[in-house]
Design a protein around this ligand. Structure first.
Ligand code: C5P
Length: 206
């Protein structure tokens, strides 16, 4: 069983993915972390983020042990991830890792931008999560402040809109709902209601 969850930045897809995986006893992969890890490696190396050869090399050397590094959560790394993830060869290198993760038993929940369209087009259930940009900005701001980072909501909103734009308009694997995805509007839902709505979708489909 493979559950694919896609959606824009800060739509709540990560939390839904984690909770769904827990509910069904499946493994969970937040695929954004993969691109963030590549981006962080580029930032650490002081490299130009559009240096394709280097970004591909970093993607090939990716170490999943580093996925828990808190620095990966920061807005700076998220922005950089949205730049390196637009490099088609970087995406290509990372496809197998994601497909392998999805295929291992007993089942998996993957969340990202292109899970239902490119990584797992045959996923059993596809959910596309959307939420009002202002709501997303508010949530991201509160999360950042909870981590002790200074965050200005207007700046966070501008960043989210810029990232949406970049993710939706890139040539390869742009952010978009698969034709067979269920739309989940997370704008007005608290976490528990969102999880309930997602479980209802899975139950209706499987
Ligand atoms: O979801 P998250 O904000 O962690 O993702 C960071 C960036 O990684 C996104 O803005 C997007 O550009 C990229 N990404 C992607 N494909 C995925 C997951 C994330 O291109 N499956």
């Amino acid at each position: 069983m493979i559950i694919a969850i896609d959606g824009p930045a800060a739509s709540g897809k990560g939390t839904l993915g984690k909770r769904l995986a827990h509910h069904y006893g499946y493994r969970h992969l937040d695929t954004g972390v993969i691109y963030r890890a590549v981006a962080q490696a580029m930032l650490e190396a002081g490299a130009d983020l559009t240096n394709e050869a280097l970004a591909v090399a970093m993607a090939m050397e990716l170490d999943p042990e580093k996925f828990g590094n808190p620095v990966l959560k920061t807005q700076k790394v998220g922005d950089a991830a949205s730049v390196v993830s637009a490099i088609p060869k970087v995406r290509e290198v990372l496809i197998n890792f994601q497909r392998q993760f999805a295929a291992d038993p007993p089942g998996a929940v993957l969340d990202g931008r292109d899970i239902g369209t490119v990584i797992c087009p045959d996923a059993d259930v596809k959910i596309f999560v959307v939420a009002d940009p202002h709501v997303r900005a508010r949530r991201r701001t509160l999360e950042a402040r909870a981590r002790g980072e200074a965050a200005d909501e207007a700046a966070v909103l501008a960043d989210i809109l810029k990232r949406d734009e970049r993710d939706q308009n890139r040539a390869v694997a742009p952010l978009k709902a698969a034709p067979d995805a269920y739309l989940l509007d997370n704008s007005q839902l608290d976490i528990e209601s969102g999880v309930r709505a997602a479980i209802d979708i899975v139950e209706a489909v499987r």
